[in-house]
Design a protein around this ligand. Structure first.
Ligand SMILES: Cc1cc2nc3c(=O)[nH]c(=O)nc-3n(C[C@H](O)[C@H](O)[C@H](O)COP(=O)(O)OP(=O)(O)OC[C@H]3O[C@@H](n4cnc5c(N)ncnc54)[C@H](O)[C@@H]3O)c2cc1C
Length: 320
């Protein structure tokens, strides 16, 4: 059956391979990839799109495994100049679009002399992804700096939320460790963030550089990876917090391989694509790690990486 999609000003690409848009570089194609020109383009498309067609939003793919069978319906990516904009104001606030890389936001804040957003430089994703995952590091999370956000639901309805603990009449966005209770179908289109004070731009930029160097020393950031595969069993601040990597190490999984996928020898909560991995290899390896951690450490690890899309059916047997 021919599917007719609403007219758009941005780009609509049929059968678009998604692997190049993910850090793991694996996965099948989107039935349609939509790159909206701006907010009005996105909203108009969502309002008129057949409600039966699913819509999935992707950031820069640093926290996802797109399965080998690809993604049904429309995948939206908010990339380019419009979607990556960040503006800092003199009173310590930043207004940004969700396609802005977290590191760009940290650096824009630094250049404006705003402190308190340096941690974002440690997260290789976009602000949209950071919102959905309540991304964080070095003791801070997105929710700590979020003043408010706007976006659209699947049917094109515009919605707005205030950040946790922020004043106002809007509904409050609720976050927990690497999770938000915002509607599943929400596509974030605009955010306001606030730093914690002011400082010397050069010093803040130097702090960002040192955080990034620290990361490069301890994490396989140049690999095809997706960061922490499993959430720590205990949220930050828990006394004697158990960490996923220690459990994986204790279970003997460091360096473990399935097909082209491997548990990183450098940081064993990271899975890596050694070059020819499929999404199925990565998922099977993750499940093997979970099983070994459960069997030997008694802990049921929860996937932090989001696995999305269709499993590719196995090829039919060849007749003899
Ligand atoms: C080397 C490495 C290190 C990492 N270190 C950290 C770390 O220290 N801390 C941490 O928290 N994470 C870390 N990550 C994971 C990842 O960078 C974060 O989860 C990041 O926030 C994901 O952003 P993204 O743009 O890549 O989102 P994607 O991976 O593309 O998507 C993630 C989720 O966000 C949703 N999403 C994306 N854009 C939007 C939008 N506009 N509106 C609504 N939902 C949206 C997607 O639908 C999906 O559910 C690391 C990853 C790597 C590869």
């Amino acid at each position: 059956m021919m599917t007719t999609l609403p007219p758009v000003r941005g780009k609509l690409i049929k059968d678009a391979s998604l692997a190049p848009y993910t850090w793991f570089r694996v996965g099948g194609s989107a039935d349609w990839l939509f790159l909206p020109e701006d907010e009005t383009d996105l909203a108009g498309f969502l309002k008129t799109l057949d409600p039966a067609i699913p819509v999935t939003v992707l950031g820069v793919g640093s926290n996802v495994i797109v399965r080998d069978g690809g993604i049904a319906g429309v995948v939206v990516r908010l990339m380019g100049k419009y979607w990556g904009s960040v503006e800092a104001s003199e009173d310590g606030f930043l207004t940004a679009r969700p396609g802005a890389l977290d590191v760009s936001v940290a650096k824009a804040a630094a250049r404006a002399g705003i402190t308190g957003l340096e941690f974002l430089s440690g997260i290789p994703g976009s602000l949209g992804g950071a919102t959905r995952t309540n991304a964080g590091c070095y003791g801070q999370e997105l929710r700590d700096v979020l003043v408010g956000l706007e976006g659209y639901l699947r049917d094109g309805t515009h919605v707005a939320y205030r950040g946790p603990g922020r004043p106002g009449n809007l509904p409050e966005a609720s976050f927990s460790y690497r999770h938000t209770d915002l509607p599943n179908d929400l596509i974030v289109t605009k955010l306001t963030l606030e730093g914690s004070g002011s400082g010397n731009p050069e010093k803040i930029l130097a702090e960002i550089e040192s955080l990034q160097n620290r990361r490069a020393d301890t994490q396989p950031i140049k690999e095809k990876t997706s960061g922490s595969t499993f959430a720590n069993p205990d949220p930050p601040g828990t006394p004697d917090q158990r960490s996923a990597w220690k459990l994986i190490d204790a279970a003997g999984c460091r360096g473990l391989k399935v097909g082209g996928a491997q548990v990183s020898p450098k940081h064993c909560n990271f899975l890596i694509n050694r070059g020819d991995a499929t999404a199925a290899d990565l998922e099977a390896l993750g499940e093997l790690v979970r099983a070994q951690v459960l069997a030997t450490q008694g802990v049921n690890l929860r996937w932090e990486v989001r696995r999305i899309g269709r499993i590719k059916p196995p090829l039919p047997p060849i007749d003899a």
